[in-house]
Design a binder for this molecule. Structure first.
Ligand code: GLV
Length: 325
């Protein structure tokens, strides 16, 4: 039987590629930068399946160029805002993602960012490396306490809850804002509040919501002004949930104290971006799920979704199950 043809838009962990190579004819974009759109449109023509990253828009034009034989889109991420899911659904194409396997790893990073910002770790490291460390300083690098603080979690899904568990271990008061209440989070003491209450009462505000029309620029100038002047904003979700220009002004003018971002708008953040001129910010290059074990698990899950779609089976993790009627 003819092997299905699939395009993989970047090198993913080998364990996933090995599994895929057993069943499919695989073409992998070999560079470390995203596959150019023109190349994508040409390579994907006639493909039976596509394994994409969050850097690739999967839209009408691409689906049209691929052709009617396309059976599955598998996104190597839990978020899928890069995929026009409605367009896939209209064509009956299932879309897979990688929920669950990256939850704890991403929550680890959110908590690491929270701690690093609270205790100004990166500033302190730069200070030492610059040869400025002369003596013990009674007033040097004063940060804020994590234990006993109030942490506001926007989006109490899998990752939000995993962060809440970490915060509970630090005796934090946990506030959360979500579409619905989360009984497990409440069982560890988290309190459901409206967004205004969360913003005004939290020492740390951490974002764990998907990017949707509703959450795009949710944290704008008005929202930032509601936060405490001592507050820290953490974002490990999607950059566009925060208005970058408003955040720059808020950090520059002391409207809030600090930001720690793993995701930015734009992404990547150009090295001359105003945000990177500030000291009171930490920026990581979207590494929330970047542990060896987790990226292996994501690769296997993305490939299992892809193979299921190619075989005409239900995807183990499908974001548009309505395609199955
Ligand atoms: C990464 O951002 C993901 O959505 O998995």
């Amino acid at each position: 039987m003819k092997r299905p043809y699939v395009v993989v838009t970047r090198r993913i962990p080998q364990v996933g590629l090995d599994m895929l190579n057993e069943e499919a004819l695989v073409r992998v974009w070999p560079e470390e930068t995203p596959i150019p759109r023109k190349v994508m449109l040409s390579w994907a023509q006639g493909a039976d399946g596509l394994l994409t990253l969050l850097t690739e828009p999967v839209d009408e034009a691409l689906l049209e160029a691929i052709g009617p034989q396309l059976r599955v889109i598998s996104n190597f991420a839990v978020g899928y805002d890069n995929v026009d899911v409605a367009a896939c659904t209209r064509r009956g194409i299932p879309v897979g993602n990688t929920p669950g396997v990256l939850t704890e790893t991403t929550a680890d990073l959110a908590f690491a960012l929270l701690m690093a910002a609270a205790r100004r770790l990166l500033e302190a490291d730069r200070f030492v490396r610059a040869g400025k460390w002369r003596t013990w300083m009674p007033l040097g690098f004063l940060g804020v306490d994590i234990h006993g603080s109030s942490v506001g979690i926007i989006g109490m899904g899998r990752i939000g809850y995993a962060l809440a568990r970490r915060c509970a271990g630090f005796d934090c008061r946990i506030l959360y804002y979500n579409h619905h209440t989360h009984p497990q989070a409440e069982a560890i003491g988290a309190q459901y509040v409206d967004l205004d209450t969360l913003l005004t009462e939290s020492d740390f505000v951490s974002i764990h919501a998907p990017l949707t029309l509703e959450t795009e620029r949710l944290i704008d100038e008005k929202a930032l002004r509601k936060m405490k002047r001592t507050a820290v904003l953490i974002n490990t979700a999607r950059g566009k949930i925060v208005d970058s220009e408003a955040l720059y002004r808020a950090l520059r003018d002391g409207v809030i104290a600090y930001a720690a971002l793993d995701v930015t708008d734009p992404e990547p953040l150009p090295v001359d971006h105003p945000l990177l001129m500030l000291d009171n910010i930490i920026v990581a290059p979207h590494i929330g799920s970047a542990s060896v074990a987790t990226r292996d698990r994501m690769a296997l899950m993305a490939v299992r979704n892809l193979l299921a779609g190619l075989r005409g089976e239900r995807l183990p993790a499908c974001v548009n199950p309505e395609v199955y009627g």
